[in-house]
Design a protein around this ligand. Sequence first.
Ligand SMILES: Cc1cc2nc3c(=O)[nH]c(=O)nc-3n(C[C@H](O)[C@H](O)[C@H](O)COP(=O)(O)O)c2cc1C
Length: 193
Amino acid sequence: MGKIDFKPGNMLYPLPAVLVSVRDKDGSDNLLTIAWTGTVCTNPPMLYISVRPERYSYEMIRRSGEFTVNLTTSQMTGATDYCGVRSGRDHDKWEETGFQKLPAKRIQAPLIGESPVNIECIVRQEIALGSHTMFLAEVVHVSVDDRYMDEKGTFHLEQAHPIVYSHGSYHDLGRLLGTFGYSVRKKKRKAKK
Ligand SMILES: Cc1cc2nc3c(=O)[nH]c(=O)nc-3n(C[C@H](O)[C@H](O)[C@H](O)COP(=O)(O)O)c2cc1C
């Protein structure tokens, strides 16, 4: 058993592959796929997306100062890939994917109806890092699909079959291994008969 040296690069996987929706100041809409994304703060709720300046969406985000992050599901995998390999410069990706376009609550960038979770964001900081510029953004509204709510008001994201992106490929989540804190949780004693 040994280790092979890899050149320093992006190897932090798996990641979500989200669909980011943007609306320009003139009202034109676009979608792009983003994997360089993550949560950075709980309170205020904040996340980031890192975007290459050559993306068509880049200036749209800069001009509008906002975007919506739409989580993706196994059913949406084809469209997620498509929006990451075609540009809004010469494609109407909303039209071509056939996604249902819903109005956002707090910002202009629309929501994808088929997404189980839509996260409306306002850009608070823009950091040019090199190949990518990071947009640090505050989450100003979240919508979830009521199909995945149970009668106790708990949201079951896993029922939507979210996908992850790992080293060039898309996967579903596989089987449940545990829940938050399960390693220290006391096991319920079996009731005596
Ligand atoms: C799985 C996947 C993840 C991607 N992640 C990013 C990313 O994090 N940042 C980025 O700038 N481009 C990313 N891309 C590429 C853009 O989505 C792609 O260049 C897209 O065509 C840009 O669209 P636009 O020109 O309409 O803005 C990703 C593509 C795929 C397929």
